[in-house]
Design a protein around this ligand. Sequence first.
Ligand SMILES: C[S@@+](CC[C@H](N)C(=O)[O-])C[C@H]1O[C@@H](n2cnc3c(N)ncnc32)[C@H](O)[C@@H]1O
Length: 228
Amino acid sequence: MAAKELSDGIFEVQKSGKRFIGTKNAVPGSAVYGERLVEAEGDEYRIWDARRSKLAAMVLKKMTIPIKRDSHVLYLGAASGTTVSHVSDIVTDGLVYAVEFSPRTMRELIQLCDTRPNIIPILADANHPASYAHIVEQVDVVFQDVAQPNQAQIASVNCGQFLKNEGHLLLSIKARSIDTVANPAKVFKEEVKKLEKEFDTKFQIIKKQDLAPFHEDHLGLIAQMVLR
Ligand SMILES: C[S@@+](CC[C@H](N)C(=O)[O-])C[C@H]1O[C@@H](n2cnc3c(N)ncnc32)[C@H](O)[C@@H]1O
């Protein structure tokens, strides 16, 4: 079995002639959400399911993920930590600030933090970044997966407050949360236009990719902050 590093901490693992993506398990022997653990060249990898993670879908859609080993990441819409746990594997010398507003899912996320000290759980509404400004420092990457009607605005205010100059935004845009009936392509175009022009925080779009078939009516977007 072989593992090839695609970008910092993200691996292509081959097993029984099949290829998977995965991250090196920071807590060997322990799965987080029932994912498969596989050994390759003396290390243990957690198989990363693109149907359960927009970030994994972005990797499989050949989007270059700008998260480095020492990145500080602000993750908005952490849920119980499925994807956060993989980001935690990647940022071995960094941190993940994981924001989630549902108390029920936050309880599961807090359990995950018992074994993964590089995750800082924050129970808060991502619409109000000032409410967690005393915890979060300037970050290299903002990742957002919140399924709200004002997704672009939430990304903009959080990047304006926490993202370093020239830092990266990784955004999953869910068309149906913005408009249930409009053509998703039209919704994506309008959201991207907002990010480029409408808010105080301005972005240069680096790559965008429809995340189907892993996630229908979702756009994955990578942008760099150029001005605030
Ligand atoms: C699609 S799920 C996220 C899945 C997660 N990113 C993963 O891959 O494991 C969206 C999450 O965002 C949370 N959420 C939605 N709006 C939010 C807000 N305004 N502030 C914080 N969390 C929010 C929801 O409670 C939900 O857990």
